[in-house]
Design a protein around this ligand. Structure first.
Ligand SMILES: Cc1ncc(COP(=O)(O)O)c(C=O)c1O
Length: 428
């Protein structure tokens, strides 16, 4: 009945936790259902949805809808939207002016990754990722473009509050292994799942290495504004996040590109808005020509453009976001500190990357999956399924702290602590 690939895909769920997730959604935690399930597995930020909803509703109600909303628009995004996006990214992320026509928009970063892979590599070529890394990079580069994922794997443990451990030596080794099939390197900062960032000099060095070897470097800054309040998080003495965009601008190379999305920093993953920024005109042309099935709907582009124009509102939203993320991060790390569970100190993002291997009878994948399943069935707390992120050692789990209310997160950590204390007690 289906194509061969359609048949294969029918048995390949997008995520391994879908069954548990649907169970969790049947009985979610709520103020009047405090024993309900709490999902801490999806990379979402719903902490300010109420404020966002009020703002978007007011725009849609009060501002006149333009003629262009009902018609087809440019493949890389409506000019009005690209102007607004360029202003926002310039002010809030790059810190310097950027050209609106160097941006292309697609329906979420998922589509941006897929269309970029179509343009930058051929089937059988490799995209390289420092791992652990975002799980869905694999289907996004592979489903249509046919690229393969090569991980440069790092043990999570040595990650400190300093920069990401990726080194040029490791890139050389990957190049020796993959040869000219090494077509693109993707860095995510702040990182999913570790929360790490890259140093400014480190990014320059990596960029120069890529240009020298004619490899495309893409820095995915989808969590650029999902940062902490540096003082409250005790990060005053660490180097701050520095966007890759100023160097990309200054270096002006056809091999340097940047990705973004409104899913995380604005907490509107359902709106499906992602961005590419590149100074490579041929890439942007190819991108637009592949982008027809991935365009952002015009009403969404219009709504976002009006939102971004209200810069005072956006600034206040992002400042509050940093405070809420810092508090939620602390709720999780305080509980882990108490349990003596190690974790990588995050510099941003929506995650705590924690090592629960002390609770495994044996350090292997089966034991990690059994622990993950037991946490859900016994406490109703659903963590991101282990495996798939490219973690080298079993027992590391990702905890998302921004997709549920403050009360739900506190309750989840209380249940998790109780569960782990019982496990520890029965093991000794
Ligand atoms: C690193 C990274 N890239 C891309 C995406 C996809 O985002 P979007 O919702 O914009 O498709 C995610 C979502 O979790 C992500 O973490």
């Amino acid at each position: 009945m289906l194509s061969q690939r359609g048949r294969r895909k029918a048995d390949e769920p997008l995520r391994p936790d879908l069954d548990f997730l649907s169970q969790a959604s049947e009985n979610p935690y709520a103020p009047d259902n405090t024993t309900g399930a709490i999902a801490l597995c999806i990379a979402e930020n719903l902490l300010q949805w109420d404020a966002m909803r009020d703002k978007l509703q007011a725009i849609a109600r009060d501002q006149p809808w333009p003629e262009w909303m009902a018609a087809y628009t440019q493949l890389g995004g409506a000019p009005d939207f690209r102007e607004a996006v360029a202003g926002f990214v310039s002010r809030h992320i790059a810190g310097q002016p950027l050209a609106a026509d160097h941006f292309c928009g697609s329906a979420g970063a998922t589509a941006v990754v897929e269309v970029s892979a179509m343009c930058l590599g051929d089937a059988g070529d490799y995209a390289v990722f420092p791992a652990p890394a975002y799980q869905a990079y694999l289907p996004d580069i592979q489903n249509k473009a046919g690229l393969l994922r090569h991980d440069i794997t790092h043990y999570a443990r040595p990650f400190g509050p300093e920069e990401h451990p990726l080194s040029l030596r490791e890139l050389d080794t990957a190049r020796e292994t993959l040869g000219t099939r090494f077509r693109m390197l993707v860095l995510t900062q702040p990182d999913n799942p570790t929360g790490a960032i890259y140093g400014e000099a480190q990014l320059r060095e990596i960029a120069e290495w890529c240009i020298r070897h004619q490899i495309h470097l893409i820095v995915n800054e989808i969590y650029a504004l999902s940062r902490f309040d540096r003082q409250t998080a005790g990060l005053e003495h660490t180097a701050p996040f520095v966007s890759f965009l100023p160097y990309l601008e200054q270096r002006d190379s056809p091999y340097l590109h940047w990705w973004y999305s409104f899913s995380k920093d604005f907490g509107i993953s359902g709106f499906r808005v992602g961005l590419l920024y590149s100074r490579n005109e041929t890439f942007r042309q190819a991108y637009g020509n592949y982008n027809a099935p991935h365009q952002i709907s015009n009403p969404t582009q219009w709504l976002l453009a009006r939102l971004l124009e209200d810069d005072a509102w956006v600034t206040a939203f992002q400042e509050r976001n940093a405070r809420l993320l810092t508090a939620a991060y602390r709720t999780v790390t305080d509980a882990l500190d108490e349990l003596k569970v190690p974790y990588t100190p995050a510099r941003g993002s929506l995650f705590v990357w924690a090592d629960f291997s002390g609770y495994l009878p044996e350090r292997n994948r089966e034991a990690a999956e059994a622990l993950w399943a037991a946490i859900f069935t016994e406490t109703g707390v659903l963590l991101t399924a282990p495996g798939g992120l490219g973690q080298p050692e079993a027992g590391w789990f990702r905890i998302v702290y921004s997709g549920v209310s403050t009360a739900a997160l506190a309750e989840a950590m209380r249940r998790l602590s109780q569960f782990l204390n019982v496990r520890r007690g029965s093991a000794t």
